[in-house]
Design a binder for this molecule. Structure first.
Ligand SMILES: [Zn+2]
Length: 113
């Protein structure tokens, strides 16, 4: 059975210094998140096709796909940065950015357990 993706709009950080901060894991609060990949969802407004570009593990994958649930934007462009967390395991955690009307929305999605 596959666990469902949970979502959160609470972007918590811990001050690091010199104008930067450490991101905290939305599941366990650990500051030890490892950035493992990025996916860019390129979609013209309400287009049926999304160009999905993933950079991970030294490889680039580009696929035109049908608009679906993984694009964090319901109608336009989106971005997902994937992390593994030292504190709570290797189930994926993604920081998402979505274009929605005139705003940019940011949040987490992660496999909850
Ligand atoms: Zn964690």
């Amino acid at each position: 059975m596959t666990n469902a993706w949970a979502q959160s709009d609470e972007i918590k950080t811990r001050p690091y210094g010199r104008g930067t901060a450490d991101l905290l894991c939305p599941r366990c609060g650990s500051a030890n998140l490892h950035h493992t990949g990025v996916t860019v969802y390129d979609r013209g407004e309400d287009r049926a096709t999304v160009v999905e570009t993933t950079v991970s593990g030294g490889k680039i994958k580009v696929d035109p796909v049908a608009h679906g649930a993984m694009n964090p934007s319901g109608r336009r462009d989106g971005l997902a940065i994937r992390f593994d967390c030292e504190g709570c395991g290797e189930e994926p955690i993604e920081l998402t950015i979505a274009q929605h009307k005139g705003s940019t929305e940011i949040g987490w999605r992660y496999v909850d357990f």
